[in-house]
Design a protein around this ligand. Structure first.
Ligand code: FAD
Length: 333
């Protein structure tokens, strides 16, 4: 994966950094800048060079002004067009490509979110570049680290493309400070491309609980909960007592105990909270891929040999229907 060995001399690296020009693709929803997407600015800061933020949607002015205050951002390109509100990749990709060509950027960075995963491969294809997905670290301007095989191996990849198209893992790049910058606002180009894709509707799960992807505490339940009624009865009071977001294993989601949006793991969300407390989850590698970077992992399982105990900092062997309510009661006190 690394065709040429040997370090790059420091002098030439800093000379290169001056030529670097990153475009951080920010996300907004209903006129609000999504804080999670500011990890793209952090990644751009790690690369060095100039940083421009990109945002598009209807009535974008307020969001663009918010983006201009983000620490480290020098310019904001804002496209005011309601057609980009929902971030449909089919029309957003040509828009981004036109602006990349105009701005002459060397690195395009988006989050490895549903939006970024839909958009960036299209952008890469249109620019004839290789997509570099889900990176967790930047070694230098062309060398990136990314997990493969559900996090069981770490690949270091080097790209010789002129324009690097990158998505970042949110848990590896904390959001840049929302205040402290004073970027200039610039109009971009809007190709107003015709597409055959049209936004029809969306059905979003609504919750007053903290957002799973960014919460500092997560309480997660698995197949051991046995039913949706028991999942709600046992796990939700624990989440409330801790002020935690709720997560679930895929088995729990597939069995209908929890909403799809709550799935943690390889094919769900990747989280790295301060505390990940799980009950009735065995610890399959696909689940671990989504939570093993949590700072403290606590697990409740009746099977002392469950693999989850191999990654847990704190383990409790016992029946969750007894232990979780007991813990909730103590926490409430
Ligand atoms: P199980 O493995 O059935 O474990 C249930 C656990 O509950 C057991 O350890 C049992 O001892 C314990 N238990 C039962 N009753 C009690 C009780 N009363 N008290 C205490 N403990 C109890 N999985 C994910 O989670 N996320 C993913 O993103 C994901 N992606 C996948 C992608 C692919 C391509 C594949 C093939 C699989 C994926 N999976 C994923 C599925 C994964 O392999 C496991 O099947 C799943 O994680 C198991 O969920 P679980 O731990 O809840 O259930």
């Amino acid at each position: 994966l690394r065709p040429r060995a040997g370090p790059t001399p420091v002098a030439s690296l800093s000379a290169l950094a001056r030529l670097l020009s990153s475009l951080a693709v920010l996300e907004q929803r209903e006129g609000k800048l999504l804080g999670g997407s500011l990890g793209t600015v952090t990644a751009a800061q790690k690369l060095g060079g100039s940083i421009t933020a990109f945002i598009a949607g209807g009535n974008i002015k307020a969001v663009a002004e918010e983006a201009a205050k983000v620490a480290g951002v020098e310019k904001v390109i804002a496209i005011d067009n309601v057609a980009y509100d929902k971030g449909l990749p089919e029309n957003y990709a040509p828009l981004l490509v036109e602006n990349i060509k105009k701005g002459g950027f060397t690195h395009i960075i988006a989050g490895h979110t549903a939006f970024g995963k839909g958009l960036m491969p299209r952008v890469a294809a249109l620019l004839d570049s290789q997509q570099i997905s889900d990176i967790t670290a930047i070694e230098d301007e062309k060398t990136f680290v990314r997990p493969v095989y559900a996090g069981n191996a770490i690949a270091t990849v080097e790209s010789s493309d002129d324009i690097k198209i990158i998505t970042i893992r949110g848990t590896a790049f904390p959001a840049a400070a929302a205040e402290g910058g004073s970027a200039t606002l610039e109009d971009g180009v809007d190709p107003k491309s015709e597409t055959s894709t049209e936004w029809v509707s969306e059905n979003l799960a609504k919750s007053d609980r903290p957002d799973l992807a960014t919460a500092s505490k997560v309480v997660s339940g698995g197949r051991g909960l046995k039913s949706k009624e028991e999942f709600d009865r046992v796990m939700l009071p624990l989440a409330d007592a801790l002020g935690a977001a709720v997560g679930a294993s895929r088995a729990a989601v597939d069995s209908g105990y929890a909403d799809n949006s709550l799935q943690v793991g390889q094919t769900g969300k990747v989280v790295a909270p301060q505390l990940y407390l799980c009950a009735g989850i065995s610890g399959a590698i696909q689940h671990l891929a989504g939570m093993k970077d949590s700072k403290v992992i606590a697990a409740i399982n009746k099977d002392p040999d469950a693999p989850i105990f191999q990654v847990a900092d704190v383990g409790l062997v016992g029946d969750l229907f007894e232990k979780v309510p007991e813990l909730t009661k103590k926490l409430k006190k």
